[in-house]
Design a protein around this ligand. Sequence first.
Ligand code: NAP
Ligand code: G4F
Length: 350
Amino acid sequence: MSQPTDSRTAFVTGITGQDGSYLAELLLAKGYEVHGLIRRASTFNTHRIDHLYRDPHEESRLHLHYGDLTDSSRLVSLLSEIAPDEVYHLAAQSHVRVSFDEPEFTGNTTGLGTIRLLEAIRMIGLEVRFYQASSSEMFGSTPPPQSEDTPFHPRSPYGVAKLYGYWATRNYREAYGMYAVNGILFNHESPRRGETFVTRKIARAAARIALGQESQVYLGNLDAVRDWGFAPEYVEGMWAMLQADEPSDYVLATGTAYTVEDFARLCFAHVGLDWTRHVRFDERYLRPTEVDALIGDPSKAADDLGWRPRTFTPELARIMVDAELSGLRGPAADVSPFPVLGVAGRSIAG
Ligand code: NAP
Ligand code: G4F
């Protein structure tokens, strides 16, 4: 790997999440100074980035700050202090099913959180490049393939909140000339995916069942079609969007379609099992309104940014099941695609 060369500063919200952790690695590998927003929790919530954390007495380019998307004054003070060159806004209540249970909270964090951040940047007068983590969930019931020109029809409080963030980002670009862009990302997964998203839930179950630790997994709608890519490749696309000459919105996707049932078949087949013997239905995992099919068209990102997916759903399923198996057999073996620091860390929030 080449030596880091960049000396820019990035501020990353959602740094403790799946994408935030890969993005922090990518930016540190490029030589950035990285500042991340973390929430105070009663238990440790930094396991995805602990390996990036050096002893505080050593020189480190990763800095973490307590804060919350609902706390405007904290966002203003942090941005004033850090004065970043780039802001990657990834934090959100990101679970679609949960957004039906907590619609107001989801609107407050996932929707209003974006405008709080944009408004903080505007008030301070920062010259930054701003990335908004928009979602294919905004397309909702509009049939595939979906591109940057496809009309939106969200089908969940989460999708509605993300649409607010999407338009806020476009509006600040148009109204104030900010370099503010939307990455409209289709589903992307990894061994670091939250345990309650369907790919991780299935991969985990297949591994545990293969090792005799459980026998069944309960799922909801098996017919939904998704376009599942590999998260580390998608954070490369986020970075590329902020390096373009002109700000614009981009879809990142693989352009391929698999059902939830397909994903279960792939994971269980990888450990030599028949999925039909282990998957059971539980209506609690159904949603009041479902998004039936998301299949993205990433041509604009390929043409303008040179971004292309390299990992497709069958390989993704194997990567995720293998990671679960090795985690169950020994110490967690989450191999970083951006090996830069490689320093085993103590816990950050401790
Ligand atoms: P994730 O793993 O659920 O991470 C969400 C992050 O947001 C976590 O760091 C979480 O902190 C933080 N967060 C939540 N509420 C917050 C609040 N009120 N204040 C501050 N931080 C808060 O999500 P992800 O999969 O990495 O996705 C990253 C972003 O892309 C999200 O905005 C998501 O909606 C969007 N997106 C994801 C996909 C996908 O397929 N993964 C596709 C399209 C768009 P804790 O660790 O403390 O919970
Ligand atoms: O893994 P999921 O929960 O992801 P979903 O709803 O597509 O949302 C993810 O992708 C969005 C991009 O389009 C992101 F914006 C969002 O933040 C999140 O990362 O569910 C995928 C599909 C759904 O159709 C769901 O109904 O799987 C179906 N499903 C079936 N059984 C299940 C289950 N989903 C979950 N989470 N758990 C189940 O047991």
